[in-house]
Every structure is written in C-alpha cells, then in structure tokens.
Ligand binder design. Structure first.
Ligand SMILES: *Cc1c(COP(=O)(O)O)cnc(C)c1O
Length: 368
C-alpha cells in the first residue's frame, strides 16, 4: 500500500449537529413538515452524505437547485421526494417526468410541456404552483392568477399538489415580509383554500424562525440546518455543522520592516513570529479577508491574519504563542463563527459555505 498523507485543508462535518438543527426547525414551525434544502452540495457539506444522513428523518422533500443535484441524490439510493427549487427548461423536463421529481411552475408553457410528457408516459406528474409575491425570480404573478390556475388545472398530465412562494427579505424587512405572508394567505384562499393543496409553503430559515407559519404546512430551511442563523437572535440554539481546518506548515521569525504576502500590503514593524498555514482562496478561504482583521483559531487562541490571502497559503502573526508546524488551525467552526468570516469578507455565510472548493476534503462524523 502506498503511503497516504493526511489532507492539508479539510472540513469536518458533524452530522449530529444537522439533526439537532433540524429539531430546532421543527420546534420553530409547529405543524409544518420540512423540506430540507440541500442545494449547492448541501451548502458545501456534501450532497450525497447529507441526503443519506437525513434520509430517515421523515422529511417531506429535499429541495435541490437543479436536475443534476436531484440525479445525484436519487442515484445515491435516497428515496425522499425531490423538489426542484428553481425554474426548469425544456431539455430537463423528460428526465423530471421520468423520475417523478417535483418541479415548481412559473408559466403555462412549462406546464403544458410537463403535461404532454407525462401523458405520453402514461403518468400524472405532481407539481407545485409557484407564486411571485415579491422575489422577482420565478412564479406566476398575482395578476391573472385565477385564469392561469384554471388552465393549469385543466391539463391532464399534471396534478397541482402544492403552492409556494419565496421571501426576499425575511431577515431584513419585517413589514414587507408580513405583507407577503398576508398576501400569500389570500392567494391560497382565492385558489380554493387550504384544503385544495397538499403542500403550502413560503418560508426559508429566516421566515420560519421569525414569523408565524400557521397558514403553511411546509417550510424550506437551508442555512439554519447547517447551524448558521440568518438572523442574530437564534444562533445560540443552533450548532455549526462545518469546521474548516488546516495546519501550520512553517513558523519563522521575520525581522522588522519585512513584507508579508503579495503586494507587501503588510510590513512587520518589529521582529515577528509568522506562521504559514496551508489554506488559501483556492480552498474557498476568501481573498477578500485580506487586511480586514480576520483571525484564525489555533492552540486555544485567536491569531490575526497578516498580509493577503494567497491561493494556497495564508500567514498569521503568532505573537507569543508557541506554534509548531503541524498544529491544527480552525478557520471557522465552533470558535470562529462562519458569519464573522463572512462579514469580514464583505459577504454572507451562504456564499462562504458554498464556496469551499472540492480540494477541501469533507470528513463526516456523527458527533463529539
Ligand atoms: C435556498 C432557498 C431556500 C433556503 O434558504 P435559507 O435562507 O438558506 O434557509 C428556501 N427556499 C428557496 C426557494 C430557496 O431558493
């Protein structure tokens, strides 16, 4: 057997944290079933692994971005129904009908094609009606909805078993969001009431944590399942599932006046113990953290990043901490919230998590 070295940068993923966060979602939206959103490789946590680990959790659906993700989950042997969160296009629809994945509809044209394909296959495809109540990304507009709904209901190959909409500002604008909940409720009533639909859904993580979802019977949490709250108030109840880690590769003392990293944007002002760590933007550790006061966690201490993030390596000021090559470093996880890293990089936690690249080995484990 050839020797295999341990990975240079890795993400530890605690599957028990996911289950705990799922329980928080259930508590926060009593009476609602759960669509666990696992798009973008389960927010970077590993699509097949996360789908398999939640397969027995009595979920109504997994929410995926596209047919590629749906196929991977189905091919992994997971039987949980799969819901396509985004619009589909023509070339994808035969596969969707064949596999019985659940699309959301925004136009009559899509609906007709789905219906024709289903009729040709001797099937009836379950679909959801998507309604645009303010997101502007997909769905039927409220204007003309009655008429459109009648036409959809007349199509023989589809069964409209759900209705959904999406919240653009549940973590930013309470007045607008309350208006969406009210408007969505009216739309459901207008189209036949709660009894007409098997599934009624509006909320993402922020919507289910912050608002009353009793008018719905399904919620679509993503981010919170991975242990990150989209709004500050709920973070203590959640547990971060991913810890991004690497190792110190070098520790040296640089003299005063020595530049560190590209552009020499950082220059030492005193003799400085500089530790080099084997992770960079090629792993998804954002280059935008350069010069923003970011920190890493090593040997029980936070140490400041100095100089620019390079593709494969970063440098920190080790100060008085006795670091050694091989020391394990947390870039984010229990000691450094990913939300903090995102804020310092000028972005959101969703982007940091989904931006961790394939070079980072995902190591799944089942708790402490
Ligand atoms: C991504 C997505 C979600 C999950 O959003 P979070 O904010 O991560 O909880 C829910 N619904 C739709 C339509 C989405 O695209």
């Amino acid at each position: 057997m050839p020797t295999t070295s341990p990975p240079r940068a890795w993400a530890e993923i605690d599957l028990s944290a996911l289950r705990q966060n799922l329980a928080v979602a259930r508590q926060a939206a009593p009476g609602c079933a759960i669509m666990a959103v696992v798009k973008a490789g389960a927010y970077g946590h590993g699509l097949e692994e996360i789908a398999r680990s939640l397969a027995d959790e009595d979920l109504a659906f997994f929410g995926v971005a596209n047919v590629g993700e749906a196929r991977r989950i189905a091919d992994a042997g997971v039987a949980t129904p799969l819901y396509l969160l985004g619009a589909t296009w023509e070339a994808e629809r035969a596969e969707i009908v064949e596999r019985g994945w659940v699309p959301c509809l925004s136009t009559l044209d899509e609906a007709r094609q789905f219906s024709d394909l289903a009729v040709a296959a001797g099937k009836r495809l379950a679909v959801h009606l998507s309604v645009d109540t303010g997101m502007g990304r997909g769905g039927f507009l409220r204007e003309g909805l009655d008429e459109n709904f009648r036409r959809l209901e007349a199509l023989p190959g589809i069964e409209i078993e759900g209705i959904g909409s999406h919240l653009p500002s549940a973590d930013e604008d309470a007045d607008f969001t309350r208006g969406q909940f009210a408007g969505f409720g009216e739309i459901v009533d207008q189209l036949g009431g709660r009894g007409r639909f098997r599934w009624i859904h509006l909320s993402n993580s922020a919507g289910l944590l912050e608002y009353d979802n009793h008018a719905c019977n399904l919620v679509r949490p993503g981010l919170m399942l991975y242990g990150v709250s989209p709004v500050p108030g709920h973070q203590q109840r959640l547990r971060a599932a991913m810890s991004l880690k690497s190792r110190v590769t070098l520790v040296r003392t640089l003299p005063a006046g020595h530049g560190v990293s590209y552009g020499r944007a950082f220059v030492t002002t005193r003799p400085t113990r500089v530790a080099t760590i084997g992770i960079g933007y090629g792993d998804g550790y954002p280059r935008h953290l350069s010069g923003q006061g970011a920190e890493v966690f090593v040997r029980g201490r936070r140490l400041p990043l100095i100089g620019r993030v390079t593709m494969d390596q970063i440098m920190v000021d080790a100060g008085e901490v006795e670091l050694r090559a091989g020391d394990e470093v947390e870039l984010f996880g229990p000691s450094i919230p990913v939300a903090e890293v995102a804020a310092k990089a000028g972005t959101i936690a969703w982007e940091i998590l989904t931006g961790i690249t394939p070079r980072v080995v995902r190591i799944h484990h089942d708790g402490r």
